[in-house]
Design a protein around this ligand. Structure first.
Ligand code: PLP
Length: 388
């Protein structure tokens, strides 16, 4: 590997660049997780994290990746043989479906083209047909990290309500939390699944479930086997500021710092910053003469952009050249999209000049890979960043 000077550009759509403030917080000495100092930290944190999810209710924190938080959402609310409604929006929706099947759930999986989000009309159609209310939950990936498409949760909620269907709404916000507007409580979501390594600007290692009253009630009768993931045991211990197992103490220091950073900037400003950077990225893509994978402008993702390289070009070759020459990591094409797209992450600890550097690296990498691009693409992005 070539030796590089300067900072690596980690522009995959998560894990994201961890701010120095958060790294320093994590570097504090590990304390007794059953002592009073820890209890103070945990009590503060368990409140502080709620606004990030847009909830005043409980948020369970696991020492886990996002995948485990998916599993926790399912095993706490559902029983063997329950039917769930899911949508093929991309790679992660497909993996979540696979998990549900492995756990013994019956999945009604609505096919998709990996360029659109969940169609609220399809939600309505499937729920209206389910007059016996066999469907126990609707599973939605808010921001499909494999495609850069964001589904409209309020419209999906409205479709469930119009169908007067009692299904729970389970939403994966793994690549939207802390980057794209999201409101667990206001939007009537029952379980919100999150994790640490994207908009929260932390290293990987924390998974989250924000839980509604309805989900909590469902968990009292849900029969899928669970032990480590059992919400009630964790919520009981959390009351005193503790966990029923050894928590990831140092990541919790980092989480407190990350929450402070989001509070200082203000969530509305954080979301607006991501919207602006996404718009500038799309301006560059269009200016280059390339295509954004997301086919509906109402569903553009503000945390990442998937770019179709087109023709016979190999997107992974472009990524390789960019990594070798400019020390920047971009997201690979996942599943069906392998080789056809690369993904630019523009989420987390990120500013105008980080984006300008990122897009300059992408443009040079495309040129070096032999993809024909109009160099005006970068200029178009800079114009969006400069603004009026
Ligand atoms: N869901 C989405 C939308 C994701 O982007 C990811 C990971 O990138 C996951 C789930 C899985 O999370 P993890 O890799 O932390 O287990």
């Amino acid at each position: 590997m070539t030796a590089h000077s300067g900072r690596h550009f980690l522009q995959i759509p998560g894990p994201t660049n961890v701010p120095d403030r958060v790294l320093r917080a994590i570097a504090q000495p590990t304390i007794d997780h059953r002592g009073p100092e820890f209890a103070d930290l945990a009590k503060d944190l368990l409140q502080r994290v709620r606004p990030v999810f847009g909830t005043s209710g409980p948020v369970v924190i696991y020492p886990s990746s996002g995948t485990a938080a998916w599993e926790a959402a399912l095993v706490n609310t559902l029983s063997p043989g329950d039917r769930v409604l899911a949508f093929e929006t991309g790679h992660f929706a497909t993996l979540w479906r696979q998990m549900a099947e492995r756990l013994g759930l019956e999945v009604e999986f609505v096919p998709g083209d990996w360029r659109h989000g969940v169609d609220p009309a399809a939600v309505a159609e499937h729920l209206n047909t389910d007059t016996a209310h066999r469907i126990s939950a609707v599973m939605v990936v808010h921001n499909e990290t494999s495609t850069g498409v964001t589904s409209q949760i309020p419209e999906i909620r409205a479709a469930i309500d119009e169908a007067e269907h009692p299904a729970l709404l389970l939403v994966d916000t793994i690549s939207s939390l802390g980057s794209i507007d999201y409101r667990h409580e206001e939007w009537g979501v029952d379980v919100t699944v999150g994790c640490s390594q994207k908009g929260l600007m932390l290293p990987p290692g924390l998974g989250f479930n924000a839980i509604s009253e309805k989900a909590l009630t469902a968990s009292r009768t849900a029969k899928l086997p669970r032990s480590y993931f059992e919400w009630s045991a964790i919520l009981d211990a959390n009351e005193q500021g503790f966990f029923p197992y050894t928590p990831a103490t140092n990541l919790l220091y980092g989480l407190r710092e990350a929450c402070l950073m989001l509070e200082e900037e203000g969530l509305a400003n954080v979301f607006a910053r991501h919207d602006r950077h996404a718009a500038a990225t799309r301006a560059a893509v269009r200016g280059w003469g390339l295509e954004v994978l997301c086919a509906d402008e109402r569903e553009y993702s503000s945390s990442l952009t998937a770019v179709l390289v087109g023709g016979a070009h190999d997107a992974d070759k472009v990524r390789r050249i960019i990594l070798d020459r400019f020390d920047m990591s971009l997201g690979t094409g996942l599943g069906k999209l392998a080789g056809r797209v690369f993904r630019i992450g523009h989420l987390g600890d990120f500013n105008d000049l980080t984006l300008a550097g990122t897009l300059a690296g992408v443009q040079m990498g495309l040129e070096l890979s032999g993809v024909t691009v109009d160099p005006g693409g970068l200029q178009d992005a800079l114009e969006v960043l400069r603004g009026e």
